[in-house]
Design a protein around this ligand. Structure first.
Ligand code: SAM
Length: 292
């Protein structure tokens, strides 16, 4: 069954009395080349498994089932279960579980479904939970790769570097954990119902260890958050919320200059390594103050 064919989609969904839910981000693919490419490029093979988020009516699940040894797909909407039972009836290596990606214990689910097999996460993510879903997948430390379709602007944000207009705290967060790359763009015309934005597929391959040393991850991420939280402010002013009470304004200026920057620099100019240097230096200065 061609699960991206518009006539097939309409016929099957009508027969099951299914109606698209906007609030669940239900935009289904109508271009077969997209799930084919995601399955081919996500890294899944006969020796590994695939964990899919949001199978919809199963077009990506079907492709993953041909590529991977086993597939487990998490779907929140019970109304899609009878549909999936029909559309994936030929796929013996697929298991569909009901659940919310944001409440799933991926380590437990993957151990139960796949044992010790390497697992690749894949999804055409619903727009309303893109960033928390990516964070949940990366934070779990379970996956060999995470390949997701997201709004094109989010994909650009994930992969952008210091100084670019798209660079954000989320870029730093993802690039701390994974090597991120945009694989290809997907125009809005490839979905039903058609969304208002274009999409892109991004692949993130988690590092065995972060590419930079930060000494204190909580401090590192709070400095990144503060630096981007007030983009229009200089870095010295933006860091006041985190370090003002301990280092004071003068101490923050000295910290920034000790890392080789002008104190008037804005946070968005700092690379991952620059933020790492800032956090290591801040940690040392805070420890020195504690020891006094
Ligand atoms: N994979 C299908 C495709 O590409 O045609 C459907 C993708 S559609 C953009 C998103 C899917 O995620 C829908 O099936 C929706 O019901 C499901 N979904 C939405 N929120 C979810 C959540 N919190 N947890 C798991 N699945 C969710």
């Amino acid at each position: 069954m061609d699960l991206c064919n518009r006539t097939v989609i309409r016929e099957v969904l009508t027969r099951h009395g299914f109606h698209f839910s906007k609030s669940l981000g239900q935009n289904f693919l109508t271009a077969a080349w997209v799930p084919e490419r995601i399955a081919a490029e996500c890294g899944a093979d006969a020796g590994s498994a695939a964990l899919e988020v949001g199978p919809g009516m199963g077009c990506l699940t079907q492709q993953l089932s041909r590529q991977a040894a086993r597939v487990c797909a998490i779907e929140i909407d019970r109304a899609l279960f009878p549909v999936l039972e029909e559309t994936l009836s030929d796929c013996d290596n697929v298991e569909i579980v009901q659940g919310d990606v944001l409440k799933t214990d991926f380590a437990a689910l993957c151990a139960e479904q796949f044992g010790a097999m390497p697992v690749h996460a894949c999804a055409n993510l619903p727009y309303y939970i893109t960033t928390p879903a990516i964070s949940a997948l990366l934070d779990s430390r379970v996956f060999s790769s995470v390949t997701v379709m997201v709004q094109k602007e989010v994909a650009q944000r994930i992969c952008s570097s210091a100084g670019s207009k798209d660079y954000s705290a989320f870029s730093v967060y993802v690039q701390y954990y994974a090597d991120a790359q945009i694989l290809f763009d997907v125009p809005r015309s490839c979905f039903v119902p058609q969304p208002k934005v274009d999409s892109a597929v991004v692949r993130m391959v988690p590092y065995p260890a972060p590419p930079v040393e930060v000494a204190d991850e909580a401090l590192f991420f709070s400095l990144v958050k503060a630096a981007f939280g007030q983009r229009r402010k200089t870095l010295a002013n933006a860091l006041g919320t985190v370090l003002g009470g301990t280092l004071g304004k003068e101490g923050i200026v000295q910290l920034i200059e000790a890392c080789g920057f002008d104190a008037r620099i804005r946070g968005e100019r700092l690379s991952l390594e620059d933020f790492a240097c800032l956090s290591r230096t801040a940690r040392r200065r805070l420890d020195a103050l504690k020891g006094q």
